[in-house]
Ligand binder design. Structure first.
Ligand code: FE2
Ligand code: FE2
Length: 362
């Protein structure tokens, strides 16, 4: 199997992985095993698909490793495509140029396509950020998280696009506010004008050609909470659109785990506990989806177990987010193990072992 750029794909090549795209609210699909013809390649280009998996007949000896690399490539690609697009949207809005919602939809489509392939991309995306502009990354991360949750909640296809566009643009007004005010406790109402940033983002987005009323509503509600404690309007219960909640919870999670100022950052599992302690602020169904999908321990992070052993997270268990798979690298005396081995904390065998802490510097 190989990931081939679309310009290098020729008729006769066989798809190794399906390609799914949302186009005008409907899902279009090319199935695994399809022998590509000229018309398919043309369609893929129209859909703005940048690369596809092609059958090469080569055996994958180290499937785990190649799967990981492939995901990394996909994440990198989706991330850079979306980053370019978001930058374009931001620049256009701030230069008063006309922006079409279709260009935003293209990015959301690509992100969705990647997410459809594997949920663990979320965890990899979480590791990609370094030295980039904070706001772009934040918007992309919030978008990925929101779409993962919405997909899990079986949100209708056309609603996914409204949510994705809202998520990618929700904080678009922040450059108009003092950067020192961007970080605040996501469960409190910030002092001063910044509490109006959802309304201001909406005003900027109204200029986007073809933007839906639903998208604007979700942007306006992205800091509201079920119990009425949110802002800017203090809406409660069914005054808030159900579709706003995947964005609301993603915003809280990422403000905790990836704030602009690293000093304000807390670890994913700490953020999850904070969110879980505020259960009355989020619709239970969305809270459940969040707990099942969140990257509590990102792949690659190093943890110390209750028995003193140290290992690296190599996989997640969606139904037991606090009990991932760990590759043990150091024994309880912190001596390096010559033959590292994998344990699955979700299995009964390890029910008395738990993750004690994350190790930042090994
Ligand atoms: Fe916000
Ligand atoms: Fe945000």
């Amino acid at each position: 199997m190989a990931l081939i750029e679309i310009n290098k794909v020729v008729p006769g090549m066989i798809l190794e992985k399906p390609v799914s795209v949302y186009s005008k609210g409907a899902k279009e699909l090319l199935k695994k095993g399809l022998v590509l013809e000229e018309k398919h390649i043309k369609k893929l280009k129209q859909w703005d698909v940048k690369s596809v998996y092609i059958e090469t007949g080569e055996e994958e000896n180290h499937w785990q490793m190649s799967e990981q690399n492939t995901l990394q490539e996909l994440s990198d690609e989706a991330y850079s495509i979306t980053k370019e697009c978001v930058e374009e949207i931001f620049n256009s809005i701030y230069c008063n140029e006309k922006v079409k919602s279709s260009s935003i939809e293209r990015s959301v489509n690509r992100l969705f396509e990647v997410i459809t392939i594997n949920k663990d991309v979320l965890m990899l995306l979480a590791q990609l950020k370094k030295s980039e502009k904070y706001l772009f990354e934040h918007c992309i991360d919030v978008c990925v998280n929101s779409l993962v949750l919405a997909k899990y909640l079986r949100v209708q296809k056309e609603d996914l696009i409204d949510l994705g566009i809202a998520a990618i643009c929700h904080d678009i007004s922040l450059p108009n506010f003092d950067r020192a005010k961007w970080d605040f406790n996501p469960f409190s109402t910030p002092d001063g004008e910044i509490k109006n940033h959802p309304t201001k983002s909406c005003e900027l987005l109204e200029k986007v050609e073809g933007i839906s009323q639903r998208t604007l509503r979700i942007v306006r509600e992205h800091h509201e909470f079920l119990d009425g404690s949110g802002f800017p309007c203090g809406l409660s219960n069914d005054q808030i659109d159900f579709l706003s909640f995947p964005l609301i919870i993603s915003e809280v999670y990422l403000m905790y785990t990836s704030p602009m100022n690293e000093e304000n950052q807390i670890l994913p599992h700490q953020a999850v506990r904070e969110i879980f302690s505020q259960k009355n602020k989020i619709i239970p169904k969305v809270m459940k989806a969040f707990l099942s999908n969140v990257a509590i321990y990102p792949i690659g992070s190093v943890v110390q177990l209750s028995n003193g052993e140290i290992g690296k997270i190599i996989g997640s268990n969606p139904n037991k987010p606090f009990r991932p798979q760990v590759k043990i690298l150091y024994n309880s005396d912190h001596a390096q193990i010559t033959k590292p081995y994998i344990i699955d904390l979700s299995s009964k065998k390890y029910s008395s072992t738990y993750i004690e802490r994350e190790v930042r510097n090994l």
